[in-house]
Design a protein around this ligand. Sequence first.
Ligand code: 13P
Length: 251
Amino acid sequence: MRKPFIAGNWKMNLLCESSVDLAQRLTSLLAGDSSVQVALCPPAVYLQQVATALQGSSIELGAQNMSPEKEGAFTGEVSGSMLKDVGCHCVILGHSERRQFFGETDASVNAKTKAALSYGLTPIVCVGEMLEQREAGTTAKVIDAQVRGSLNGLTPEHAGQIVIAYEPVWAIGTGKTASPAQAEEVHAQIRKLLAELFGASVSESIRIQYGGSVKPDNAAELMGQPNIDGALVGGAALKADSFAAIVAAAR
Ligand code: 13P
């Protein structure tokens, strides 16, 4: 039985006060619930303040990106050891916005995934097809290549520690959600591929989140699908009530 995992990707939103306020509201709204794993991924500059706000709660801290490098002359970058030092448990890697706007490739996501694992951070590895690819009927091929490329060379033991987020690019921030059947089809495909790559028992243990316009009113149906084990939430993670309602839907 896989424990549902809901992560809030705040993207480049909120300032210090509103970040701390949102984290504090969620600690009280979600207090005492251990049936769902929950993580908040604020902008890097507020990780420390959000970490402080989450102290003593079961909500985990996550980052939105990290460098594959250990340390040194990499201006503007944040390392895995820094994320660990500030209290992160997980890190989102290869989000479609990073692939689209910052030139990330399966190879760079692969390097970051290995680096994150070496620091004991849980990588949330994002994959997803663009609208043109879905319309051209190449979704399965695109997802297959992204999963293989992003997880290339991982041992089954390491693969067992990752989380995958399937985020169809056409569903992100658009209000258009994949239907539960559309999402489940891709999740099942990913699970089958993970079994081929890492073995059936590792594949069965890996959580696969769905992301793309997840809202309180569609969350339960999506997460009711056999291979959807949680959600990576953007817009609806910026309001305590809607995020808490999505967590409730995962129970
Ligand atoms: P929205 O929930 O705003 O569509 O964003 C999804 C996402 O990109 C989460 O990483």
